[in-house]
Design a protein around this ligand. Structure first.
Ligand SMILES: NC(=O)c1ccc[n+]([C@@H]2O[C@H](COP(=O)([O-])OP(=O)(O)OC[C@H]3O[C@@H](n4cnc5c(N)ncnc54)[C@H](O)[C@@H]3O)[C@@H](O)[C@H]2O)c1
Ligand SMILES: O=C(O)C(=O)C[C@]1(C(=O)O)C=C[C@@H](O)C=C1
Length: 313
């Protein structure tokens, strides 16, 4: 087994992502000691029952004392208050990072509270499920997934390399990116798909002519994939929408324009336009599979993974 990369890791927030980090760190011996903090007593007690850490604190400031790696694993809307609360307790030389799905807003909220001598390097593992809470995590969540780091200009290069090798040890491939670029890219590949899923499931549910039993009965089709995304955590996704507003609105505008063009093609019986688009998008899917990020095998991947996950809490 390899040598631990950090002496003391503090995890603030112990839901899907925090508990997956705790599990992989424990399994692969990446830190000597794991300190866990979260705001709810019940969640902290559950983390202790699951033996996710070595010490448990309700107070995040206590948890970060003496830690050389601090990871905020909380909804992006909660970062500012937590950064303010832990600021004075962070150890000089510590790396402070996060896992939030938006990056520009996270930097705006955390950076003002980072003391001199602490290395703040925002991060985002592009890995997750629709489940939340400490029971939902698993140690292989980050295997063969991307983790994007968005270091602010002037940050210590050695600290960035240390964080990069931490995520690699967790199983991820790491990319370094500018925060604005991250927010734009994630708006289209992650945030918009979730919004579309929330919307389509809401629309189907509202239809008076389609009873809910029919929605359930026939959902073993494309609709089922949307229901998985639409089951994602409401707090997390509310915060993502409010904290990546500009990029999401930009992508929604483009999406609506393209949808109008499709609507027009259908109205005017323009089969060539439909056929050309569908041929092109089939190629996009195939290139994703060729790049090794998805599989074409039926009933593989998410559905299979879902069965291995504990019950939603
Ligand atoms: N779920 C995903 O698929 C996914 C993927 C990548 C990144 N992320 C990001 O990771 C972060 C955590 O998401 P998650 O899925 O683990 O969420 P989760 O709901 O499973 O866990 C959130 C944790 O944060 C704690 N928490 C909430 N508000 C808090 C506060 N104000 N102070 C202290 N603790 C607080 C909760 O008690 C819980 O322990 C979010 O920023 C999200 O954007 C999520
Ligand atoms: O697979 C899922 O359930 C996810 O929603 C994971 C997903 C994504 O959109 O890919 C969701 C949000 C994150 O910030 C990163 C990953």
């Amino acid at each position: 087994m390899s040598e631990p990369q950090f002496d003391r890791l503090a995890l603030i927030g112990i839901g899907l992502i925090g508990s997956s980090i705790a599990r992989v760190v424990r399994d692969r011996n990446l830190a000597k000691e794991i300190i866990i903090s979260t705001r709810s007593e019940a969640t902290l007690a559950r983390a202790e029952e699951l033996k996710l850490g070595d010490r448990y604190c309700l107070d995040a400031a206590d948890a970060v004392e003496g830690a050389d790696l601090v990871i905020l694993c909380i909804p992006v809307g909660a970062n500012e208050a937590v950064a303010e609360a832990i600021s004075a307790s962070l150890k000089t030389g510590a790396i402070l990072t996060d896992v939030g799905s938006t990056k520009g807003s996270v930097i705006q909220q955390i950076q003002p509270h980072v003391p001199d001598g602490v290395h703040f390097i925002p991060g985002h593992p592009i890995a997750g499920t629709e489940y939340s809470g400490p029971d939902a995590g698993f140690s292989t969540l980050f295997d063969n997934r991307w983790c994007i780091l968005t270091p602010v200009p002037g940050v210590d290069a050695v600290a960035t390399e240390k964080l990069q090798s931490f995520w690699q040890a967790c199983g991820s491939n790491v990319d370094i990116m500018d925060a604005d670029r991250h927010d734009l890219v994630l708006a289209i590949v992650s945030h918009l798909p979730h919004l579309i899923a929330y919307n389509i499931v809401g629309t189907a549910d509202d239809l008076e002519t389609v009873t809910s039993s029919e929605v359930i009965k026939y959902s073993a089709s494309g609709f089922r994939d949307f229901t998985r995304l639409a089951a994602s955590d409401p707090t997390m996704w509310r915060d993502v929408c409010l904290n990546n507003k500009d990029a999401i609105l930009e992508m929604l505008a483009r999406f609506s324009e393209d949808l109008s063009a499709l609507q027009r093609a259908i109205r005017w019986g323009d089969g060539d336009t439909l056929f050309d688009l569908f041929t092109h998008t089939r190629g996009v899917r195939r290139s994703i599979i060729e790049a090794g990020q998805e599989t074409d095998a039926p009933n593989f991947g998410r559905e299979t993974g879902e069965d291995q996950l504990p019950a939603k809490n």
